[in-house]
Design a protein around this ligand. Sequence first.
Ligand code: KG4
Ligand code: ZN
Length: 341
Amino acid sequence: MLILGIESSCDETGVALYDSGRGLLAHALHSQIALHAEYGGVVPELASRDHVRKAVPLLRGVLDQAGVTLKELDGVAYTAGPGLVGALLVGASLGRALAFARGVPAIGVHHMEGHLLAPMLEDPAPAFPFVALLVSGGHTMLVEVRGVGRYRILGDTLDDAAGEAFDKTAKLLGLDYPGGPVLARLAQRGDPERFHFPRPMVNRPGLDFSFSGLKTFALTTFQAHGKDEQTRADIARAFQDAVVDTLVIKCRRALRQSGVMRLVIAGGVGANQALREALGDMTAGLGAELFYPRLEFCTDNGAMIAYAGACRLRAGERQDLGIAVRPRWSLEELAPLPEQA
Ligand code: KG4
Ligand code: ZN
């Protein structure tokens, strides 16, 4: 089954072709970073307009790369939420219209289900069940995954998401948008001994997160210690160490509590090298398996949407002709797929 996937929930336009027999055939991505950089964050209206400009050229590109035509498509998957409503509508309108024109089914995919299933595109892919750490710009969640659509949220953030905390802290350190990866690079030059940031909520039972206090801690440290380059690197290091440690502690707890010895990392912050290394050490210590998508599929992409859509379309799920998107949408509302799907 050849499925076209379209992602347009935020500031990346992603298009991909996934075949349930042959695997991923092609994928292409356009990042809007340069467009939003001068505003220090994503401007929703500019994001929507840019998706309009880029979606069709990217689609042509993946068809060429894979050497297939629209006539060969068996279905179309597009991100239906959560995300920016105008941006979502661009991908949804294109996807729904293409499916209608070709007479094939369409499916609206949950963006976080896409992230959660992205490691399934790798070899080896994780087997079910697994615990997933979803760490993106909008979400920080621990989810117990027993199959496609069989999700139980074990922990969530009470305030900022991990990526959001990275971005906000980077901004107050004067780093360019999007700050996460820039802050991570700066942290490499930081002295780990100079500042010590708290590890929020680790002494309380449970698996919820809270990251907004770290940003405030970074601000007061910054104001108290001057703004030279080394101080900024030291703050970046202390901040990153605190986030990484907190995530590792909660992941270890989630594995122990659920009894599932398989951890999957997904979402943009999953590209963070320090986090990957620390989770590698922790899972090795526990004798648990660790999986993550390749770096380019940690952040937003069309491949994960094509894959998640293919799972649901193969199980017979269909979207009606309406173009419906959902800016807010809980993972736990998704329908579970039959075991073999
Ligand atoms: O999954 P994603 O591409 O988009 C959302 O669905 O939110 O995640 C983007 C987030 C941003 O906050 C970005 O700063 C963060 O992931 N990020 C990183 C790194 N690469 C991306 N944060 C820390 N270290 C990185 N290397
Ligand atoms: Zn995302």
